[in-house]
Design a binder for this molecule. Structure first.
Ligand SMILES: C[S@@+](CC[C@H](N)C(=O)[O-])C[C@H]1O[C@@H](n2cnc3c(N)ncnc32)[C@H](O)[C@@H]1O
Length: 227
């Protein structure tokens, strides 16, 4: 669903010490491509949790991938998660956290589901730096209002750190991330894989015009405080 989700998951997972005996929450997993990748690559158990995609649909994909002993599909809203506190070793979210995690209090709620000292890692579309003087002229023709949830690595770092519930250990704007995003958009348009191809080609044009000056991906990795 999101741009180049397996590539993003692989990039993020390189910073995590994922082991086969770990329980991982994949929050906003969409069609569970990231969950399938993580289960196959690391042998971990994954709770593939999403709102827009039904658990039954993801269960079928999980079974087709032969991972029915490793991945549990869950249909849940991000603010009403049906898990025990401290249940997970790692919380991951790819191209989804900006939909539900930009309010100040969410990280405190989310972090309770990982054990104290456990890791929380997200990858989101984001900015090289905050737009302090408004949206740059070259982006205005393509800008959608909900891109207002895109933020810089420094913004995300502060957003989590100020809660005092987690310690941020890494906050980066991915070098060349925009190229992977653009490649994804181009493939969707070329293959006619989306109904509204105008929206997708507009996003591709925006990425081309911007050429990584502002748009890309932010990765953020933190540890839950040991309290
Ligand atoms: C752009 S899709 C990305 C899906 C997947 N991670 C990927 O990269 O292919 C964003 C996902 O966030 C999930 N999402 C958005 N708001 C949510 C919420 N309030 N609670 C749970 N999931 C939510 C949607 O269900 C959707 O699948």
């Amino acid at each position: 669903m999101g741009p180049n989700v397996v590539w993003l998951t692989e990039a993020l997972s390189q910073h995590l010490d994922l082991q086969s005996d770990m329980r991982v929450l994949d929050m906003g997993c969409g069609k569970a491509a990231s969950s399938i990748f993580l289960a196959k690559e690391f042998g971990a158990s994954i709770w593939a949790t999403d709102l827009w995609i039904a658990a039954e649909e993801n269960w079928q994909r999980v079974c087709d991938a032969g991972l029915d002993q490793q991945i549990c599909p869950i249909h849940a809203e991000a603010h009403q998660l049906p898990f025990a506190q401290g249940f997970f070793d790692v919380l991951i979210s790819i191209d989804a956290y900006h939909y539900f995690g930009t309010d100040d209090l969410y990280i405190g709620y989310f972090a309770q589901f990982v054990k104290p000292g456990g890791v929380i890692a997200i990858m989101v579309p984001g900015l090289a730096h905050e737009f302090t003087e408004g949206i740059p002229e070259h982006l205005k023709p393509y800008w959608e209002w909900d891109f207002c949830s895109f933020h810089s690595a420094a913004w995300w770092n502060h957003h989590w750190q100020k809660s005092d519930q987690v310690e941020v250990i890494q906050a980066d704007f991915l070098p060349e991330g925009w190229k992977h995003w653009l490649q994804w958009q181009q493939i969707l348009v070329e293959q006619g894989l989306r109904g509204n191809s105008e929206e997708y080609s507009s996003e591709a044009k925006m990425l081309q015009v911007d050429a990584g000056r502002n748009l890309g991906f932010v990765q953020l990795i933190a540890r839950r405080e040991n309290v």
